[in-house]
Design a binder for this molecule. Structure first.
Ligand SMILES: Cc1cc2nc3c(=O)[nH]c(=O)nc-3n(C[C@H](O)[C@H](O)[C@H](O)COP(=O)(O)OP(=O)(O)OC[C@H]3O[C@@H](n4cnc5c(N)ncnc54)[C@H](O)[C@@H]3O)c2cc1C
Length: 570
């Protein structure tokens, strides 16, 4: 709304709200905890960023309970031109530059990134409509990660530009601003997001008129004793690069744990993968292939459920199980990991170095203690322990820890069909961090991507309705989310995949499915330019790999370990 068309009362109101916002959003105001959320008091003694973060995290975040019930709804204020409604915050532009409201999107994964891009392309400023908002995407990482292709990045079948482009390159020319920040809390009443800069830890705030939360989920390694010390999850690019490093170490060293192969009397690397869902099976087959096949490596999949891939379509489940069997991967179903302890040789290392896991310069052999449903216990000696279990409900909520948001017992933000946080007009949540109905949607990229345009439209409607104070028939209607299952695809190795789509009408596996999977992912990339990069890179890699395969088979090197390329980026 242009300032000149305001009535004097509105101008006074706007000035008051602007003053209030200036006070609230003071970038370096220390944070204290108030019963209603986080409020930065005036005149408080400054605290160190580290201490501040700790106190914020430990005091306000009440995990696994609904923190919203019984609380006052935030007062709804009209959408003001942001130059009037706030100052301070991230990546400030001059007030002359700013004309519209502010939308802040926290989390640049499949949900957040696609919501931000769709928002930027909606028809803002139609006739008397709301001016285009400043759209800021906030993520604590530098790169977007196309997670379904993480396996390919790990085994060098895809490049980092294809799988994990930087946000800056992705968002160039899209009208979406990017800020690399770790979000530490949200004050829903005063519409302020609290962040710290990941490298310097300097605190900063930003104000918003509408907020999108899409912070995903994270692997929970705390439930099993020893898991944090020995298991490597597979959820981020850092995990992927750590796994590449471990592959390279295994390539170059004599395995500490080795079994004598009855046939060839060769030493084998022992790999244990926990979790027999999509990720576990995909990782098992790709790892076995990467480490030189069953002659060089022995892979065991530990799965608590009745069978591997139990939630997959019939076709994909059968194909996946068939490949596991043919590859010689041992699958222990109905089996639970109880504890992980170091082997005697690893104990000595552990005493020297307490960093463990990802940061450690080496990784250690361990004993994975498992129990089956009949109560039989056994120990699995392991050179490499990979963890894919607990990717859904066992996940602890990450991202917006300090906030009075409605949560379910698993920490997901509860929304209704409009993907709006219950009881909050201007906060939307989508993807893995949210729950839109009683039986939660699967935690997949497909769900997050389909939710993104719905969230974008609903913010468009919310901002336009409030900007014009439109009511009744004139107001833009919010859209409910409804999910369309497009099918599922899985990688089963470098040159193998399985696809099941259109309710079983399309069922395909083998090399053709592998090529098609990469093509479909190229089309699903967040921007057309990224899609083109993915298609070209994918084709080049495939050509390269088939040439290497030809040379290998000409030189009789089939089945030998293929050493990974040196790490190019981390
Ligand atoms: C290895 C692997 C393979 C997969 N394969 C498939 C597949 O083939 N098909 C499929 O449909 N799904 C697949 N999934 C699942 C899918 O990737 C997720 O369901 C999807 O990424 C969820 O999207 P999201 O936007 O909710 O969260 P994410 O994509 O996880 O994005 C969350 C973002 O929020 C950021 N963030 C978190 N906390 C903060 C904070 N405090 N401050 C700032 N930023 C923060 C993170 O850095 C991240 O960028 C796979 C997952 C994995 C791990």
């Amino acid at each position: 709304m242009p300032a000149c068309s305001m009535t004097p009362i509105r101008l006074v109101l706007a000035a008051l709200i602007a003053c209030h916002a200036i006070v609230q959003s003071s970038a370096f105001a220390p944070v204290s905890i108030s019963p209603s959320g986080i409020a930065p008091p005036l005149n408080s003694a400054p605290v160190s960023p580290g201490a501040r973060r700790l106190s914020v995290l430990s005091t306000t975040y009440p995990p696994f309970r609904n923190t919203f019930s019984g609380r006052r709804r935030p007062t709804s204020s009209p959408i003001l031109p942001t130059a009037l409604s706030a100052t301070g915050g991230l990546g400030e532009e001059s007030s002359a530059e700013r004309t519209g409201p502010r939308v802040c999107v926290i989390g640049g994964g499949f949900g957040g990134l696609n919501a931000a891009l769709t928002l930027a392309n909606l028809p803002w400023s139609m006739s008397d409509g709301c001016p285009k908002p400043t759209i800021t995407l906030v993520d604590d990482k530098e790169r977007f990660v196309f997670l379904p292709l993480l396996y390919e990045l790990c085994v060098d079948a895809a490049s980092v530009e294809e799988v994990a482009p930087t946000y800056r390159s992705l968002l160039e020319g899209t009208g979406v601003r990017f800020e690399r920040r770790d979000v530490t809390g949200v004050d829903v009443e005063n519409r302020v997001v609290y962040t710290i800069e990941p490298t310097s830890s300097s605190p900063c705030t930003m104000t918003y008129d509408a907020l999108v939360i899409a912070t995903g989920a994270q692997m929970n390694l705390d439930a099993i004793p020893g898991a944090r010390d020995f298991a490597l999850p597979f959820y981020t690019v850092d995990h992927c690069y750590e796994l590449r490093r471990r592959f390279n170490v295994l390539d170059s060293r004599q395995p500490i744990t080795s079994t004598r192969d009855k046939k060839g009397d060769e030493e084998k690397v022992e790999v244990v993968i926990v979790g027999g869902g999509y990720s576990g099976v995909e990782l098992a087959l790709n790892t076995l292939e990467r480490l030189g096949g069953a002659e060089q490596c022995s892979v065991t999949l530990v799965h608590r459920g009745d069978e591997a891939l139990q939630y997959a379509t019939d076709y994909n489940r059968k194909t996946g199980q068939d490949r596991l069997e043919k590859a010689g991967i041992r699958v222990l179903t109905g089996t639970t990991v109880c504890e992980i302890i170091p082997t005697s040789s690893a104990k000595a290392d552990l005493e020297d170095d307490s960093s463990g896991g990802l940061e450690g310069s080496s990784f250690r052999t361990c004993l994975v203690k498992v129990i089956d449903r009949k109560g039989h216990r056994s120990d699995l000696r392991t050179d490499l322990l990979l963890w894919t279990a607990g990717a859904t409900s066992a996940n602890a909520p990450i991202g917006v820890l300090n906030s009075l948001l409605p949560r379910d017992s698993d920490g997901r933000i509860v929304t209704g069909p409009y993907l709006r946080a219950k009881g909050l007009d201007n906060i939307f949540a989508l993807g893995d961090c949210s729950r839109a109905r009683k039986v939660p949607y699967a935690a997949t990229a497909q769900v997050a991507m389909q939710q993104a345009p719905v969230v974008a439209w609903n913010i468009f409607a919310y901002l336009n309705n409030n900007y014009n104070r439109r009511g009744g028939d004139k107001s833009l209607k919010l859209l409910p989310f409804s999910y369309l299952d497009l099918g599922e695809m899985m990688t089963l190795g470098n040159d193998d995949a399985t696809i099941s789509s259109l309710g079983g009408l399309v069922q395909l596996s083998g090399p053709g499915a592998s090529v098609l999977r990469r093509l479909i992912y190229a089309v699903r990339m967040p921007t057309a330019r990224q899609g083109l990069t993915a298609a070209v890179e994918g084709a080049q890699r495939r050509l390269q790999l088939s040439r290497i395969g030809e040379v290998d088979s000409m030189q009789g090197r089939k089945g030998e370990k293929r050493g990974g390329k040196p790490i190019q980026w981390k």
